[in-house]
Every structure is written in structure tokens, then in C-alpha cells.
Design a protein around this ligand. Structure first.
Ligand SMILES: *Cc1c(COP(=O)(O)O)cnc(C)c1O
Length: 410
């Protein structure tokens, strides 16, 4: 085993890959910069508000910029949205009424099962509200749109699409494929709401799902669009009426977007969005590095180093629980924060299997910073993502592989 050789090969893979995304990154950067200029962002927008947060001009400008970047009518961008799951939940509870059906393309992300009420009969779920739920199969080559359209029922109100792979061994959906689904659905049923869980997909491709017809999309600010700088929060962008409905769930009907203090952190959201296209580039290059090196070590990886990427996640099949755990512990060990901690699997709220998470991040749980997590279930796949600079990913992956080799786990 010559680690040096593997590193050299991985570096070459990164160079090849980076060439292929250069133009996308630059276009996304220019899109963001143009939105800042059009929105006339000034230092006054970094002022703080407290209490109700009435008339917070920074908050309003930030939402205008998000709407511009995502090419939507409206946006809700708030630190009071505590996570991606929360943002998605606001969209679902805002858009769906008793008697409506939600149709999910593929199995949704782990934390959403309890929101929908599929796994357990918890209170407060969509199911308890009288909203029904169904899944439509997502095949390896995408979605059979003819069958999808034929399966729509009169009560189907919303079609939900998850862009990223989440905790599944499947490819992330290209925006083009999302566009094809939207077109098919809208042709048959123009009034249908198409919602996209955009987590981990932002700025990876040239366009966002909202640019190919999605009505409403949501994501987390401790992932791609926070650029590793936003201290928390979530965003929702889309059609004005649907964003308003979501905002009524976040605050209260009639109050909506008018309240929400920025509590001194406005600048971090602006600066995070400004950095996001570049940080996504770094995360992608780090992912390609990991993909190449583990592939050459004989493990299954998805995507492969030379595959097109449409999210920042790198899945690696670790095959056994010992190697999986040791990998996560290695990533933790090479983190700038809490490098001395040892991650163990735990019953995280919202997840049905114990989850092990390595996250030595400046912002708790931030996964645009280098992080690795895995539900402890067969075939022991670890999901590696983030890295605000590729040097960190390279150092952590290389160091961890050294440790795995020393322990006889590779
Ligand atoms: C991260 C993620 C979410 C939301 O997760 P939070 O931890 O609640 O922010 C939802 N869907 C997908 C695909 C995700 O990757």
C-alpha cells in the first residue's frame, strides 16, 4: 500500500474535476455578486434588531437577494428556522390542508418520516392533520414521468422531490431531471405544487430547481448557502403565496415575514451567501479527493471521482461497523474544533437508527464544514461532506486512512 501514490492520483482526479466545474462556479459567483449589487447591499444592512424585529432592513435585503439568486418571487431566510428539517416542515404544513395528499418521489430524508408520520404515530404530524402520504419509486435512471402523471390522484396537492442523495445509496437528482419531472407534472396538472428539498445541492450546478419550474424550495444555512459562515438558520424560496403560507407557520397568520429580529448576526448571512459558491467548490474538490482515494483502496464509492456531481455528498461503503466508526473518529480527530473528542453512535432526534457523526465544526452540526455521518445500519455507508477549504479534507482523509491502515482496518 503506497499512500503517497494514492494521494498523487487523488490530486490528479481533483485537477480533472475542477476543470469541469470552473465555469459553473464562476457563473454562480457572478450570479450572487450581481444580486448583491442589484440589492444595493450596504453597511447599514449589517445593523441589528431585537425583540419583534420590525423594519429590519438587513433581513429584508437578504431575502430580496436570496429571491434574486434563486430567481423566485419571494424568500424567507431566517435564523429562527432552526434546521433544514424545520424549513421543509414549514413548506409542507404551509402548503397542505386536511384531505390533501403529498406524493414524494423516492424515500424522503430520515428526519422527515416523523414529520410526515410514516414511521410512528407521533402527535403533530402531517398524518394527524389528515394529510395523506404516498411514495412514487425513484429508479436509478430517474423517474418514469408517464407513470408518475398517471398516478396523480384528485387529492394529490404537492409533489415532493429531494435533490440530494441524503442517507441513501442513490445518485443525487440533476436539476435537469427535476425540470423534466416538473414539466410532466405541470402539463397534466398545472395547479400542482412541486416542492424541492434543496439541501446540499445549492450552487453545485448552473441552475437551481426554482429555475426549472419548482414552486417552492427549502434548505439549511449550515449547509451550502451559508458558506460556512452563517451561524445557523434556514431558507425557503419560491412562489409568493407559498412562501407567505410558510411564513405564517413560522410566526403567525397575518404576521408572517414582518417579524424576526436579526440579533446582531446579519452580516454573517450576507457574507456566508457571498462565499457559498467558492466554498461549494472546495467541498466538491475535497469530495473528489476522498472518492478517488477510497476507490483505489478497493471500496465502493458514490459518486466516483470522474462522475458528474449534483450535490456535495460523498458516500463510501465501509462494509463493517468497526471501519465505519473508526473512519468517523478519524475525521473528528483531524478537525479544528473538538479534535480530542471521540464520536459514538447515538439516538439522534428525528432518526430511526443510531447515527454516528463526526463534526469538529465551528458551527455546531454544520455540514458545509467537513463532517462525516452515518446511520449505523448495513452496508455501513458513511456520508462525507463539506470542507470549507480542500486542504482540510485532504489532511483529514489522508490522516484517517493512515490510522485505519495502522489499525488493520483497511
Ligand atoms: C440535511 C438534510 C435535511 C435537513 O436536515 P437538518 O439536519 O434538519 O438540517 C433534509 N434533507 C436532506 C436531503 C438533507 O441532506
Amino acid at each position: 500500500m503506497n499512500l503517497e501514490l494514492l494521494v498523487r492520483e487523488a490530486n490528479l482526479a481533483v485537477t480533472r474535476y475542477e476543470k469541469s466545474i470552473d465555469q459553473i462556479v464562476e457563473n454562480n459567483f457572478n450570479k450572487v455578486l450581481t444580486a448583491f449589487r442589484r440589492g444595493r447591499v450596504g453597511e447599514s444592512h449589517f445593523q441589528s434588531s431585537t425583540g419583534y424585529g420590525y423594519g429590519d432592513i438587513g433581513r429584508t435585503a437578504l431575502e430580496e437577494i436570496f429571491a434574486d439568486v434563486f430567481r423566485t418571487e419571494d424568500a424567507l431566510v431566517r435564523q429562527q428556522i432552526v434546521s433544514g428539517t424545520h424549513a421543509i416542515t414549514l413548506c409542507l404544513f404551509g402548503s397542505l390542508l386536511p384531505g390533501d395528499e403529498m406524493l414524494s418521489i423516492g424515500r424522503p430524508y430520515d428526519t422527515l418520516h416523523q414529520v410526515i408520520g410514516t414511521d410512528r404515530k407521533e402527535p403533530g404530524t402531517l398524518r394527524e392533520m389528515g394529510i395523506t402520504y404516498r411514495e412514487f419509486p425513484l429508479e436509478d435512471d430517474g423517474v418514469d414521468t408517464l407513470k408518475l402523471v398517471a398516478s396523480l390522484k384528485p387529492e394529490t396537492k404537492l409533489v415532493a422531490i429531494q435533490r440530494s442523495r441524503g442517507y441513501d445509496w442513490r445518485s443525487s437528482l440533476p436539476v435537469k431531471e427535476i425540470g423534466r419531472i416538473v414539466q410532466a407534472v405541470k402539463k397534466a396538472r398545472p395547479e400542482m405544487i412541486v416542492f424541492v428539498d434543496n439541501c446540499y445541492g445549492e450552487f453545485v450546478e448552473e441552475k437551481e430547481p426554482s429555475e426549472v419550474g419548482a414552486d417552492l424550495i427549502a434548505g439549511s444555512l449550515i449547509k451550502n448557502p451559508g458558506g460556512g459562515i452563517a451561524p445557523g438558520g434556514g431558507y425557503i424560496v419560491g412562489r409568493h403565496d407559498l412562501v407567505t403560507r410558510a411564513s405564517y407557520r413560522l410566526t403567525a397568520p397575518g404576521i408572517g415575514k414582518e417579524v424576526g429580529p436579526s440579533l446582531g448576526s446579519s452580516r454573517l448571512f450576507f457574507q456566508g451567501l457571498f462565499s457559498a459558491p467558492h466554498v461549494v467548490r472546495e467541498a466538491l474538490c475535497g469530495a473528489v479527493f476522498a472518492s478517488s482515494i477510497f476507490l483505489n483502496l478497493g471500496l465502493e464509492v458514490s459518486p466516483g471521482p470522474d462522475e458528474v456531481r449534483t450535490d456535495i455528498i460523498q458516500a463510501i461503503k465501509m462494509e463493517n461497523p468497526e471501519r465505519l466508526l473508526a473512519f468517523c473518529q478519524g475525521i473528528q480527530k483531524y478537525s479544528p474544533v473538538d479534535s480530542f473528542a471521540t464520536p459514538e453512535p447515538w439516538d439522534m432526534p428525528g432518526y430511526s437508527d443510531p447515527v454516528v457523526m463526526a463534526a469538529g465544526a465551528f458551527v455546531q452540526g454544520s455540514s458545509i464544514e467537513l463532517s462525516a455521518d452515518a446511520p449505523m445500519r448495513k452496508p455501513y455507508i458513511v456520508y462525507l461532506q463539506g470542507g470549507t477549504c480542500r486542504e482540510h479534507v485532504k489532511a483529514a482523509v489522508t490522516g484517517t486512512i493512515g490510522d485505519l491502515l495502522a489499525k488493520g482496518l483497511l
